[in-house]
Design a protein around this ligand. Structure first.
Ligand code: NAD
Length: 364
């Protein structure tokens, strides 16, 4: 039930959308709109849960506030396999279901992309993460989130013993975020040694050829077809030696049962909520620098907000660089000054900003 998630920040509105004939089951959580209409992705997955959508919506509230965007946080979920032949029908129907929810601007997330966003725009006239022909900045294609993660890594090296030059990087979830994070980190001297997806893990301590792996993943959908290195199970990344870990798949993959085994010294959270609160404490106790999702992966939503205001790709990258660099430094400095976990420092700052924005709203 939603009341277990309700607090002084939200959610503002929760809408369930059900269409028995097509089988559409969707949920929209508009968490907080004090800073402006909520931007957040539509996640399409066969196992997406209501609780997941609530938590992701809140993560967007913090992320958008920290990034200083004129947007609040929200998220949507469609309970369906993203490979269903029915996808366009479901997305279009869902879009019509959210037409009146003007406080929510949908963007892409797992299982949706710029094509899905084009269908949404066609139905209701608003969405972000559109393709270039529709005047958008295709944030997954250009690698907005991965770029932000690399900028975050640049700042993190000033606060840890790990420099990017020669750093061994493990990417869990070699999808849009993971691939571009690997690319942009490699441009800064790092070496991809571990990459995983739903089917398994490839581990090559000599370095994985990122372009080759991207091509193979595109052609076959699997990283394990990579011709070199060792092939291991899906969760092998937990125990593999590396310097930087980028979890870029699903929530809660690092929890209290495995946090003690992580080998990385720096974690740049690409996925949303990939580390549980308990695991954050374990990692912090072990001296591992874990940069929270709503700081590290803000590149995508910053790009979306620049697109929404009619900006160019160049402006989007400049804005991502400026905001992610500034935010990461501010949070890591705060965390250091108060001997806090970065996630605590980030949350304190985000709450302050949301509360300030809420103070401008009409009461009652
Ligand atoms: P994607 O679907 O392109 O990629 C996800 C990848 O993770 C796929 O290769 C999939 O095979 C793999 N995967 C799924 N479950 C896995 C598991 N249990 N173990 C290993 N691999 C697994 O999705 P994406 O757009 O890259 O998003 C990834 C994560 O990043 C999501 O949590 C998303 O919410 C978050 N995120 C995305 C963006 C963005 O710009 N796309 C922005 C911020 C946050």
């Amino acid at each position: 039930m939603f009341h277990e998630f309700a607090d002084e920040y939200g959610p503002e509105k929760v809408v369930y959308i059900y269409e028995p004939r097509s089988g559409l089951k969707g949920i929209v959580v508009i968490d907080n709109i004090a800073a402006g209409p909520a931007i957040g992705g539509i996640r399409m997955a066969a196992d997406v849960t209501t609780a997941e959508v609530f938590r992701l919506a809140r993560a967007m509230t913090w992320k958008n506030a920290l990034a200083g965007l004129r947007h609040g946080g929200g998220k949507a979920g469609i309970l369906a396999d993203p490979h269903t032949p029915n996808k366009e029908t479901l997305i279009r129907q869902f879009a019509r279901g959210i037409e009146a929810l003007e406080g929510y601007i949908p963007g892409p997330d797992m299982g949706t992309d710029e094509t899905a966003m084009a269908w949404v725009r066609d139905e209701i006239g608003r969405s972000v993460g559109l393709s270039k022909v529709l005047g958008g900045i295709p944030l997954d294609q250009v690698g907005a989130t991965g770029f932000g993660i690399a900028i975050c890594g640049e700042v993190a090296q000033e606060f840890s013993e790990i420099g990017l030059e020669g750093a061994r990087v493990a990417v869990q979830g070699f999808g849009n975020v993971g691939q571009h994070a690997a690319r942009f980190l490699a441009e800064r001297g790092a070496v991809l040694t571990v990459a995983s997806d739903l089917d398994g893990t490839v581990f090559d301590p000599d370095g994985i050829d990122i372009e080759e792996l991207v091509r193979l993943k595109l052609e076959t959908g699997q990283v394990t077809v990579y011709p070199r290195g060792r092939k291991l199970g899906r969760d092998a990344f937990i125990d593999l030696d590396c310097d930087i870990l980028v979890p870029a798949a699903r929530p809660d993959v690092i929890d209290e049962t495995n946090a003690a085994r992580i080998k990385a010294k720096v974690i740049l959270q690409g996925a949303n909520i990939p580390v549980t609160p308990m695991a954050e404490r374990i990692l912090h106790g072990r001296g591992i620098l874990s940069v929270p999702d709503f700081v590290a992966n803000a590149g995508g939503v910053i790009c979306a907000s620049v697109e929404y205001q009619g900006g160019t790709q160049k402006q989007a990258f400049e804005t991502i660089e400026e905001k992610v660099r500034e935010n990461t430094r501010e949070i890591l400095e705060l965390a250091r000054a108060h001997s806090q976990m970065p996630t605590e420092a980030a949350l304190t700052l985000a709450k302050q900003r949301v509360s300030e924005a809420m103070a401008y709203r009409r009461r009652g």
